[in-house]
Design a protein around this ligand. Sequence first.
Ligand SMILES: Nc1ncnc2c1ncn2[C@@H]1O[C@H](COP(=O)(O)OP(=O)(O)O)[C@@H](O)[C@H]1O
Ligand SMILES: [Mg+2]
Length: 250
Amino acid sequence: MTVPVKPMNGATLAILARGVHKSFGVGANRTPVLSGAGLGIQRGEVVFLVGPSGSGKTTLLSILGCILTPDGGSLQVLGREVAGMSVDELTAYRRQHLGFIFQTFNLFPTLSALDNVALSLVMRGVPQAVALERARSLLAQVGLEPRRDLRPAQLSTGECQRVAVARALANEPAILLADEPTASLDARNGQAVLTLLTGLVRERGVTLVVVTHDNRIFSYADRILHLENGRLIRASKPGAEANDLSHLQV
Ligand SMILES: Nc1ncnc2c1ncn2[C@@H]1O[C@H](COP(=O)(O)OP(=O)(O)O)[C@@H](O)[C@H]1O
Ligand SMILES: [Mg+2]
């Protein structure tokens, strides 16, 4: 049985990438990583991006997250073409609309959980008192209210990732991108973080793109995109047969 890919309606797309190319290195050492990758992600969808190590998952996520610019192709994020934006425009667009979660949490070691979350708001111009109040509320939503004054070294790895989830949601992003968010966690904590993360994004209608090779969490995805040979060659539903995505590639 094949699963039909949903029709791609421009108004409901969070991300539409076509013919994305990216190479690293110079001269004879230049190596293509992405060679015509294409994908469409609906607003509110939870999509996992999987593929072998070194296949370009982080590179593609960085491009979708407006951290890296592609060498060629087109990329629309929330309906706006970003492939031609300057670095400053891209940074502003990223800060306004996107949130990130990393494998190793990227928390400031000398700051409490509360200050880690509040700081990302203060850096975007939110007054300190408002930032602290919002950070308290978010930490309560990820179950860390009693531990909000502890620093990362005083928290477990699962708790650190929950702080990172709270921080990523603090700016109310439309799209959240997570690179191997469970890779530093044991199975129980990995499941707990994914349950929390997908619950919070679904409540808020946030689009979530997760790079992972952790098949224990595949069941949390609406759709799984497989990256091979620099292209997204097929999509599948958790537990269902693969689906050809070639019509999305240019
Ligand atoms: N900044 C960079 N400079 C040079 N090569 C890079 C850079 N980033 C990634 N690569 C190379 O691109 C390929 C894909 O990397 P990456 O996107 O990190 O893969 P994945 O996340 O699937 O493991 C790898 O061969 C990697 O060495
Ligand atoms: Mg990677």
